[in-house]
Design a binder for this molecule. Structure first.
Ligand SMILES: [Cu+2]
Length: 122
């Protein structure tokens, strides 16, 4: 085997070996309240994100936007109680309508993640 082919084989072996643990090691969003695309009857008092692994609260943020894409002012999120897999932020009074939740977190392993989802208030 040439060195080039051997290098390729080596890369494939290393990827196969590490890929599953690499994927499993990452934090991911398990659930949220309100849930993605949920229509809530009553105005929610907070947004709660629950991850499968610990997340930092200091370097994380949860932001919400109305349909005009205007940001609604929120405090920094904090862990709910002592559960470091959660982030919660208190909401001000919100009117009926659709809102976008945009979150950025730093997981316990230092990786950054971000995503967004929508919910609506009837
Ligand atoms: Cu990670």
């Amino acid at each position: 085997m040439s060195t080039r082919v051997m290098n390729k084989v080596l890369v494939v072996i290393v990827l196969l070996f590490f890929w599953p643990t690499y994927l499993a090691a990452h934090a991911k969003l398990v659930s949220s309240v309100p849930a993605a695309d949920e229509f809530v009857e009553a105005e929610p008092k907070s947004i709660l994100l629950t991850f499968n692994k610990p997340v930092e609260s200091t370097f994380s943020s949860i932001r919400i936007f109305d349909l005009d894409n205007e940001a609604i002012k929120l405090d920094k999120p904090a862990h709910k109680g002592s559960d470091n897999k959660t982030l919660e932020v208190t909401l001000p009074e919100l009117t009926s309508g659709k809102y976008k939740v945009s979150w950025r977190i730093v997981a316990g392993d230092g990786h950054k993640m971000k995503n967004e989802f929508f919910f609506s208030i009837k």
